[in-house]
Design a binder for this molecule. Structure first.
Ligand SMILES: Nc1nc2c(c(=O)[nH]1)N[C@H]1C(S)=C(S)[C@@H](COP(=O)(O)OP(=O)(O)OC[C@H]3O[C@@H](n4cnc5c(=O)[nH]c(N)nc54)[C@H](O)[C@@H]3O)O[C@H]1N2
Ligand SMILES: Nc1nc2c(c(=O)[nH]1)N[C@H]1C(S)=C(S)[C@@H](COP(=O)(O)OP(=O)(O)OC[C@H]3O[C@@H](n4cnc5c(=O)[nH]c(N)nc54)[C@H](O)[C@@H]3O)O[C@H]1N2
Ligand code: SF4
Ligand SMILES: [Mo]
Length: 760
């Protein structure tokens, strides 16, 4: 039976969660937020430059900007405003701060408090056995790192982590540094994020990223399927794009175990209609899938489409597309025919009729886009699920025409660009060949360590130097206790960062904190003012130029730090210092090494930047093993959930950016003043003799034993029976390190098997 979203929301929850996202309240919240940070003038000035042609790229998510000319004077969302305010704060963390606070004292503070202290201002060093970070000069810091790297028995005893905020220029010199040193150990946040998308898309359509552009969504797609994604919180401006699509008649189907507010109804803060009339109802069909039930659901839709084609041949499938551009079709058809509806219903938690109705939406649409994010990528069968989405799209030729295709929506503002720049532990040989030709050294060929394998190596004493270009490694990774102790096992840990976080106080025997410029700040180097570039979720590359005065005179840019280290290690062998002085030299190298960046510098001059080629979308070119788009066999397999257990997914609240916790509310889900909550189906609570508001402990079970998260408040919530949700990163203590997705090795942060017990 189709579920009525509004009714669903009314049934549960003591304090009703929001049904609409954004609107005036969101703008007010954004401005209040900026005003509450002690850098008001800086913050407001920064906001007006954000996402503008000559401004800086929002440090929040990777959602693309509208084309120049279609941008409003305030082209940002509430969360973009929070991100900007967070980095433009007046709070400062320098030598006095560290003299006053020991690392063990700082370990007692939560994520919010640690970052709230303010911006790091100067390089700091923690000597072996010391309790306090102390100032160190840039020169001494860089030479210390160089010495420790040289002392290693081999280059693979170092690991170079990247978080997705690094610019293209910083990422390019960073991977170059690791490879010049002789290692491909380049774990990154992508390993925990869209790695599953990359793996599935590379294999089936020959590119590891999405092939849809913004106008495909706003102007062309007749059906948009939003799966495993909460744009109201995590990609807020996507709601404006969906509203635009909706206004021209597109249909939207949402697949999510939680009825997320923004997808139900959206009040556009920049349109009167949005505010006056109570907003646009975005979702036409809501499918409350069970956590991890998407593969079964998409297999069901494919089965339904095939059955209708069998009944009336040549009416449903795009036979000529399949014959010309695809292979593997016949094998998968048989598997769909053999698949039992009872299996599909049990695994997806959806009734056959709901899936048949969805198939009717699909048949009625000449073009279909599927967007998704972490709801699909962080499961054991994540790669198979995304491959099944490709199958689903291929059936009706929904790749390579306007308004059609797969669209993984990326997280960090430049996480996609970092991969394009070669931050990847298993970058293809062709990339390494180009690096070799361009720079004349031989890069290592053996694959390096990804994030999970880096933790294992650190735990096993195989890593001496851990270097992080941004991020919060121990908080973002699974199995917090293990990750923290793995970090302590390193001889030297180095963090390039803007703000203090947990990873800086769970350090190696020696530790360095290197403070860097943020996106909104001016970057002056020897050759004059510099800008950097980024790539958004839809393959648009454009410049980003900060304009505020740096938060401290001692800050260095990420590029300057990395090239400075390169110079300390290798002198000017490939022009490290020169690249740091003038980023155009880096872009010249990029233009020669990476496809799609020809005439890089020149093409940046066109306002809004340029689009990288996307073979499948532009010309139905599929760079796969067979040169065709590939149908693949993906058998739905039920998660094994022992009697009395639930499947827990970890999500983001509206008041956080990953491990950066801005505050303790989650407005759209009706939570105020706390993060230790677990959302559970009311019947599941009843069966356990629990009720909304009870205090509980969460126990995750895995082959190597149990993990505990104590002191959670149970919240009765509209999620399918057998499913639960809690916030990342607090719940990471429950994620077993060895529970990862097949092929992509991404931690299964969205399907953790847990028990709920009354609080001890
Ligand atoms: N404000 C803000 N913006 C952000 C971030 C942030 O933390 N804060 N993080 C950035 C980053 S790095 C990323 S990767 C993105 C993340 O963007 P999202 O993927 O939207 O983030 P999550 O909170 O992990 O939400 C996962 C969604 O998937 C649903 N889900 C969970 N399990 C399943 C499932 O099995 N099937 C289906 N169909 N749905 C499921 C959840 O209910 C939830 O709605 O956002 C980026 N943008
Ligand atoms: N359980 C669970 N775990 C997850 C997820 C989940 O959904 N559930 N999501 C995963 C995903 S999708 C991701 S992307 C990862 C995120 O993992 P990370 O990228 O490692 O974590 P972030 O929280 O984004 O990093 C925040 C820190 O970055 C630093 N920073 C901020 N801006 C800058 C800058 O401009 N330059 C530099 N150098 N540093 C800066 C600040 O010091 C800040 O403390 O977490 C993953 N972990
Ligand atoms: S949608 Fe994402 S990129 Fe755009 S303003 Fe909001 S946080 Fe920034
Ligand atoms: Mo992410």
């Amino acid at each position: 039976m189709p579920k009525d979203v509004d009714k669903l929301l009314d049934e549960v929850r003591i304090k009703k969660p929001g049904t609409a996202a954004v609107g005036f309240p969101a703008v007010r919240h954004a401005m209040q937020y900026v005003a509450s940070e002690p850098g008001l003038a800086r913050g407001t000035r920064a906001l007006l430059k954000m996402n503008q042609v000559k401004g800086f790229d929002c440090p929040g998510c990777a959602w693309p900007d509208p084309i120049p000319g279609q941008r409003s004077f305030a082209e940002f969302c509430e969360n973009g405003a929070k991100a900007a305010a967070w980095e433009t704060t007046k709070g400062r963390v320098g030598r006095e701060f560290f003299a006053a606070h020991s690392v063990s004292e700082l370990r007692e503070q939560d994520h919010h408090s640690l970052e709230k202290h303010g911006r790091l201002t100067e390089p700091m060093y923690l000597a072996p056995g010391a309790e306090h970070y102390a100032p160190i000069s840039w020169d001494d810091a860089l030479h210390l790192i160089a010495d420790r790297l040289r002392d290693m028995a081999n280059p693979d005893r170092a690991a170079f982590y990247t978080s997705g905020r690094a610019s293209n220029e910083a990422a390019f010199v960073y991977q170059l540094l690791a490879r010049r040193l002789g290692t491909n150990n380049l774990p990154d946040c992508s390993n925990m994020c869209h790695e599953s998308s990359g793996a599935a898309l590379n294999e089936t359509i020959g590119v590891g990223k999405g092939v849809v552009s913004l106008d495909d969504i706003t102007d062309h797609a007749e059906l948009i399927v939003v799966v495993g994604q909460n744009p109201g919180t995590n990609h807020p401006r996507m709601l404006s794009a969906l509203e635009k699509a909706k206004n021209r008649g597109a249909r939207i189907v949402t697949v999510n175990p939680l009825p997320e507010a923004g997808l139900v109804r959206f009040k556009n803060p920049q349109s009167l209609r949005g505010v006056v009339r109570g907003g646009t109802k975005l979702t036409d069909r809501y499918l409350a899938v069970r956590v991890n039930g998407d593969l079964a659901m998409f297999a069901g839709v494919c089965k339904a489409l095939l059955a209708r084609e069998d009944a009336e041949p040549n009416t449903i499938l795009d036979r000529s597309f399949i014959e010309t551009y695809c292979d593997g079709f016949d094998e998968v058809c048989q598997a769909w025919r053999d698949l039992d509806w009872s299996v599909i219903e049990a695994q997806s938690g959806l009734a056959r009729q709901e899936i048949e109705d969805f198939a009717s939406d699909v048949m009625a649409a000449k073009s279909v886009v599927v967007t998704w994010a972490m709801g699909l990528t962080q499961h054991r069968n994540a790669v198979a699920t995304i491959r099944e989405i490709v199958n689903f799209l291929l059936l009706r030729g929904n790749i390579g025409k306007p308004g059609a295709g797969p669209s993984p929506i990326r997280g960090h503002s430049n996480v996609q660009g970092d991969r394009t720049m070669g931050v990847w532990e298993r970058v293809p040989d062709a990339f390494l060949d180009r690096v070799q030709d361009e720079f004349g050294f031989e890069p290592p060929r053996a694959h390096g360590l990804d994030t999970v394998d880096t933790i294992r190596a650190m735990r096993d004493g195989q890593i001496d130097v851990f270097f992080a270009l941004g991020g919060n490694f121990v908080a973002a990774t699974p199995d917090t206790e293990l990750s923290e102790s793995a970090m302590r096992n390193c001889a030297l840990t180095v963090h390039v960062a803007t703000k203090l976080n947990r990873s800086h106080v769970c350090h190696g025997a020696e530790a360095l904190l290197l403070p860097c410029l943020s996106r909104s700040e001016r970057d002056d180097q020897a050759a004059g003012e510099q800008f950097v570039t980024v790539e958004d979720s839809m393959s648009m590359v454009h410049e980003s130029r900060g304009s505020l005065a740096p938060g401290s005179p001692h800050l260095r840019s990420e590029v300057a730090i990395v090239t400075g280290l390169g110079h300390a290690l290798f002198g000017e062998d490939i022009g490290w210092g020169a690249m740091g002085d003038d980023y155009r030299l880096i872009r010249q190298h990029i233009a020669r090494v990476i496809d799609g960046f020809e005439d890089f510098e020149e093409r940046l001059r066109s306002p809004g930047g340029f689009m990288l080629p996307r073979g499948p979308h532009d010309s139905r070119t599929f760079n796969t093993a067979t040169g065709k788009a590939r149908f693949t066999l993906n058998r739905p397999e039920a998660l094994e959930v022992p009697e009395g257990h639930l499947v827990l997914q970890t999500v983001r609240s509206h008041d956080q950016f990953n491990t950066t916790v801005y505050g303790y509310d989650d407005r759209y889900r009706g939570v105020k003043g706390g993060r230790r909550v677990v959302f559970v189906n009311p019947e599941d609570l009843r069966e356990r003799g629990l009720k909304d508001g009870d205090m509980v402990d969460l126990v995750s079970v895995w082959s190597d034993g149990e993990r505990h998260a104590k002191g959670y408040r149970a919240v009765a919530y509209a999620t399918p029976k057998g499913c639960a949700a809690a916030y990342f990163p607090e719940a990471n203590v429950l994620v077993p390190l060895d529970s990862t997705a097949v092929t992509s090795n991404t931690p299964t942060s969205k399907s953790i098997i847990i028990r709920i017990e009354p609080a001890a």
